[in-house]
Design a protein around this ligand. Structure first.
Ligand code: SF4
Ligand code: SF4
Length: 444
C-alpha cells in the first residue's frame, strides 16, 4: 500500500522533463571556484597557497570543527588565488580559485567501475572516513554526514531511512542516480547501517518513479534488512519529518531531531557519496546536477565538478533562453534565485532551473480573505497567515509561541494562497528574528 504523511501537502505540476536523460559528464571548465563554506556549520580552513599545484581529490580546506566539512579539489591545476565570491546564498564567502591543467587524480582513488560490495571497515572507521571525505547531505540540506552518524550516547538509532523522494518539481538528479547507480546506493546504505548499528533501512520513493522502485525491489532480494517503500506523490514528502511520518508513522516532536524517534535520514545521493568514499576512496568533489526548464534546449543530468560556474551548465544546455525570467539553484519550491552566472556549483546544488519570464513574475498581493487554505496545506500544522501578520507587526513572542521555528520553508502556504500573500517571505523573516532572540536568551 502507498504511504504518505498525514498533515497538509500539495500537488504542484511535476515537470520532470529530464527524467529520461541518462547522466552525462560535464566537461571540466578552465577555472573552478571552490567555496570553503558549502555546508551547514563552520567554514573550512584553507590549507593551500597561491601557485600551489593540486590534484583531483586533494584536500584544500580543512574542517574547522565538529559541525564542518573538509573540502577537496575537484580538478588538477594551480591555485591562482584565494578570494571572496558571492555564492548561491547571496553572501560573500572565501573561495579557492584553481586554473585547470589536465585531469590528474590522486593515485589513491579507485577509478574502476566494478562495484565493490565487501564492507571491510568498522562503524567508527566508516564515520571517520565519511568525515575525512567531506560528505554532507546532498538532498540540499548540506548538513555534515558524520555528525548525523554520531548518535548521542543517550539516544538509539533504530531505523535508517534513505530519501529517494525528490518531490521538488523539475529535479531528476536523484531519480537518475537511483536508475543508474542503484547497487552502489544499496552498498552505501549498508555502510550507513553499519555506521549507525541499525538492522533495518527503508528506501522511500514516490510512485511517480516506478522504474526506480522496480530497480530496487529487484536488487534488494539479495540484501537483507533493506526494503523499498513506494510512497504516494505529495509535496513536501522529501522533508525529513514528513518522510519519517510517511514510512514509520512516528512524529518527530516540535523542535526535536529525527533521532528523538529513533530514525536517521540520509539522501540517496549521500548514500552514493558514502559508497564512493569508503569503497573507492573518493572524496566528495563532484555531484549530479539537473539543468532544466521549459525553454531549455537540452535539459539534462550532468556529473559536475564542484566549483564549475553555472554558466558552463547553461552553455552545455544550449545557452540562455531569451524568455528566461529567473535562474534558480534547486527546485521551484525551495530553490534560491541566482543573480549571477559566475556562481559555482557546490555540494548542495541539486539542479539549475531556468524559469520563463511569464512564470517568474510575482503577482500583486491582496488582503487575506481568511480562507484557511494556507493552514490546510501546512505539513507542520502551523498557521501561516497568523505567523505572517505577527511578523509584520513585530510581535515575535507570538511568532515564537506559534512555532515559527518548526517551519520547514516548503512554500506550500504561499503556493496555495488565493490572495498571493508573500507568506513564506515574512515567515522566514519571523524565523530569523525568533532564532536571534532564542540565541541571545540562551547565551545569557
Ligand atoms: S513554508 Fe512553513 S508555514 Fe508555509 S506551509 Fe511550509 S512549513 Fe508551513
Ligand atoms: S491562504 Fe492566503 S488568503 Fe487564505 S487564509 Fe491563508 S493567507 Fe489568508
Amino acid at each position: 500500500m502507498l504511504k504518505t504523511f498525514s498533515k497538509g501537502g500539495i500537488h504542484p505540476p511535476e515537470n520532470k522533463i529530464s527524467a529520461e536523460k541518462p547522466i552525462e559528464n560535464l566537461s571540466i571548465p578552465d577555472i573552478v571556484t571552490i567555496p570553503v563554506s558549502q555546508h551547514i556549520g563552520k567554514p573550512s580552513k584553507v590549507i593551500v597557497k597561491r601557485r600551489e599545484k593540486v590534484k583531483v581529490g586533494q584536500l584544500i580546506a580543512e574542517s574547522s570543527g565538529f559541525i564542518s566539512a573538509n573540502i577537496h579539489s575537484s580538478v588538477s591545476g594551480t591555485v591562482t588565488k584565494i578570494d571572496s565570491i558571492v555564492d548561491s546564498s547571496g553572501y560573500k564567502r572565501q573561495a579557492v580559485f584553481i586554473k585547470v591543467e589536465g585531469d590528474e587524480w590522486l593515485e589513491t582513488i579507485d577509478r574502476s567501475i566494478e562495484i565493490n560490495r565487501k564492507i571491510a571497515l568498522s562503524a567508527d572507521e566508516i564515520v571517520k572516513k565519511v568525515n575525512e571525505s567531506g560528505i554532507v547531505g546532498l538532498g540540499g540540506a548540506t548538513f555534515p554526514t558524520h555528525v548525523k552518524l554520531s548518535v548521542p550516547k543517550d539516544m538509539t538509532a533504530e531505523i535508517l531511512l534513505i530519501n529517494g523522494v525528490e518531490c521538488e518539481p523539475y529535479l531528476t538528479s536523484d531519480h537518475r542516480l537511483m536508475i543508474e547507480k542503484a547497487e552502489e546506493i544499496v552498498v552505501g546504505t549498508r555502510l550507513l547501517m553499519t555506521a549507525l548499528g541499525v538492522e533495518k533501512a527503508v528506501i522511500g520513493i514516490e510512485n511517480n518513479k516506478e522504474d526506480a522502485i522496480n530497480n530496487f525491489t529487484h536488487l534488494l532480494k539479495e540484501y537483507d534488512g533493506i526494503e523499498v517503500q513506494a510512497l504516494k506523490v505529495k509535496y513536501p514528502q522529501g522533508g525529513e519529518k514528513q518522510l519519517i511520518k510517511a514510512i514509520t508513522g512516528r512524529e518527530v516532536p516540535s523542535g526535536g531531531l529525527p533521532i528523538a524517534v529513533g530514525a536517521v535520514v540520509h539522501n540517496v545521493g549521500t548514500a552514493f557519496a558514502v559508497y564512493e568514499a569508503i569503497q573507492k576512496n573518493k572524496p566528495l568533489f563532484e555531484r549530479v546536477v539537473t539543468i532544466t526548464g521549459k525553454s531549455v534546449n537540452y535539459f539534462a543530468n550532468f556529473v559536475v565538478r564542484i566549483g564549475t560556474p553555472i554558466s558552463k551548465l547553461i552553455d552545455k544546455s544550449g545557452g540562455f533562453p531569451d524568455d528566461t525570467g529567473k535562474i534558480i539553484s534547486g527546485g521551484p519550491m525551495m530553490g534560491k534565485a541566482l543573480n549571477s552566472l559566475d556562481i559555482p556549483v557546490t555540494k548542495g546544488t541539486s539542479g539549475v532551473l531556468l524559469i520563463r519570464d511569464v512564470e517568474s513574475k510575482r503577482r500583486k498581493s491582496h488582503a487575506c480573505i481568511r480562507c484557511a487554505k494556507c493552514i490546510t496545506v501546512c505539513p507542520m500544522g502551523l498557521e501561516p497567515y497568523v505567523l505572517m501578520t505577527a511578523t509584520q507587526k513585530k510581535i515575535f513572542e507570538r511568532v515564537e509561541k506559534d512555532r515559527v521555528l518548526d517551519c520547514i520553508e516548503c512554500g506550500s502556504c504561499s503556493y496555495v494562497c488565493p490572495s498571493d500573500r508573500p507568506l513564506l517571505d515574512y515567515i522566514r523573516l519571523g524565523k530569523a528574528n525568533v532564532g536571534r532572540i532564542v540565541r541571545e536568551r540562551n547565551s545569557n
